[in-house]
Design a protein around this ligand. Structure first.
Ligand SMILES: [Zn+2]
Length: 109
């Protein structure tokens, strides 16, 4: 392993280091976003409840979003994360506006 951190790439890391890296990445994002859900503004914690701090991908990984891009992730509570599912945030925003009564959508015929 080179002493210069700038030269380390994922390729240089073994499985255990990658798992550790993923954990640290999640922690970094939660701290960056001050443990507040970007959707409902709930205060997050490390518990096993619905307030548990998770990270949500604005563009889900299953839809081609980058898993470890800090630009593509936000701190999110478990409830919102599950509710958003595999929608992109732009798609989910329509659901949120509808739920809040800010836009009307006619029922399917
Ligand atoms: Zn939330």
């Amino acid at each position: 392993m080179p002493g210069n951190k700038a030269r380390v790439t994922l390729r240089h890391m073994n499985f255990q280091q990658r798992v550790e890296g993923a954990k640290r990445f999640r922690q970094y994002i939660l701290n960056r976003d001050r443990w507040i859900c970007y959707i409902c503004n709930a205060k997050l914690d490390a518990s096993g409840t619905d307030a548990r701090g998770t990270i949500d991908h604005l563009v889900p990984v299953s839809r081609g979003g980058a898993r470890y891009s800090s630009k593509n992730v936000r701190a999110c509570c478990r409830t919102c994360n599950v509710s958003k599912g595999c929608l992109t945030f732009d798609e989910y925003e329509i659901v949120l506006l509808y739920r809040q009564g800010l836009i009307e959508i006619k029922a399917a015929a």
